[in-house]
Design a protein around this ligand. Structure first.
Ligand code: GDP
Ligand code: CA
Length: 327
């Protein structure tokens, strides 16, 4: 069985750890991950791919477990030195070990390798146990239209900022009017992406951000169509539990695209043209009827990734629902 997963950062990566476990138990070895690169940012002359790295470090055993991103056992000497030169931004946390990844990536890109080849080379070290593909080799950057907050230059004016500035510096604390994957319309899926979807037996949407992670991947021309037309079960897991994101601020970007932060509304946002099955948490069992009325098979199961065993059960439930809609 071939499994394709569209993944963002922390939610996607943690889910993948459970999926890899249950797949191993069930004798499945073929997992392809299509990673979000809309969060990518250039900092200090380096190309940083936060979501690809979160997946790579999490599955490769190098992640800071508590934080969910960045390297374990990290230090911040380079950051301190940059600050001493007055060179910013100071709001994006890049540790010394993490810097090495970005240096290697940037060096390879400068030598002419596409991001997909660079990602493969980085994964040679980390051995994530899945094939990790960036959604595209082309540059795509998610921007968020905001109103500049009080106390900052241009207060009250509208402007577009990089997703990381909105998410990390402003902590999604200002209203987002729109979310735009800049460059997506001209981008092409990375080599292997459409092929993997076409060859898949099941496509999974992990509990990743529906707007700025999975939504951005689906914005690359050809990917949404390939998923919709693959003719195999597409099953998602809700990142919203009890009408709130389990972690982070997904409700803010959902509001920007006019979607309420509920498990049912997110399923409807993807729609039955894309989704065949949807898992909601047991606390949201009341949403079942609404999701099924939208033409999407729905089940309520525990959806908190508290440990590997619980996460593996979630992934198993998603595969079971896929088998059910296939039958
Ligand atoms: P990011 O790129 O680091 O923001 O990560 P993702 O887009 O992959 O995932 C973020 C989403 O994961 C958030 O909307 C969270 O609500 C969701 N999430 C995190 N932990 C859990 C969990 O244990 N269970 C569920 N259902 N969702 C989770
Ligand atoms: Ca992300």
């Amino acid at each position: 069985m071939r499994i394709v997963v569209l993944a963002g950062g922390i939610g996607g990566a943690r889910f993948l750890r459970g999926l890899r476990e249950i797949a191993r138990e069930r004798g499945v070895t073929d997992i392809t991950v299509i990673g979000n690169t809309g969060d990518d940012i250039h900092l200090f002359g380096l190309k940083v791919c936060p979501d690809l790295d979160t997946v790579m470090y999490t599955l490769g055993g190098g992640i800071d477990e508590e934080q969910g991103w960045g390297r374990a056992d990290e230090s911040f000497r380079v950051k301190e030195e940059l600050a001493a030169y007055g060179v910013g931004p100071d709001w994006f946390g890049l540790g010394d070990r993490d810097f090495a990844t970005h240096i290697v990536r940037t060096q390879m890109l400068a030598a002419g390798y596409p991001l997909s080849a660079v990602t493969e080379a980085l994964c040679d070290r980390w051995q994530p146990g899945v094939r990790l593909l960036p959604m595209s080799d082309d540059r795509i950057e998610t921007h968020v239209a905001i109103t500049v907050p009080e106390g900052e230059p241009g207060a009250g004016e509208r402007k577009a900022v990089h997703f990381q500035e909105y998410w990390v510096r402003l902590r999604a604390g200002v209203e987002a009017h729109a979310v735009v994957p800049v460059g997506a319309e001209r981008a092409e899926p990375a080599p292997g992406v459409l092929e993997a979807i076409a060859a898949a037996d099941v496509v999974l949407f992990p509990p990743s951000n529906p707007v700025v992670s999975i939504g951005t991947i689906l914005a690359v021309p050809g990917i949404r169509e390939a998923v919709a037309e693959a003719g195999v079960p597409v099953v998602g897991l809700s990142p919203i539990v009890g009408d709130a994101p389990v972690r982070g601020m997904a409700d803010k970007v959902l509001a920007a695209v006019g979607v309420e932060a509920t498990a049912a509304a997110v399923a409807e946002h993807y729609g039955s043209g894309l989704l065949d099955g949807w898992l909601v948490d047991t606390v949201d069992a009341g949403a079942l009827a609404r999701v099924e009325a939208a033409g999407i098979r729905c089940r309520a199961v525990p959806l908190l990734m508290t440990d590997l065993a619980a996460t593996a059960r979630m992934a198993g439930d998603a595969l079971d629902l896929a088998a059910e809609v296939r039958a």
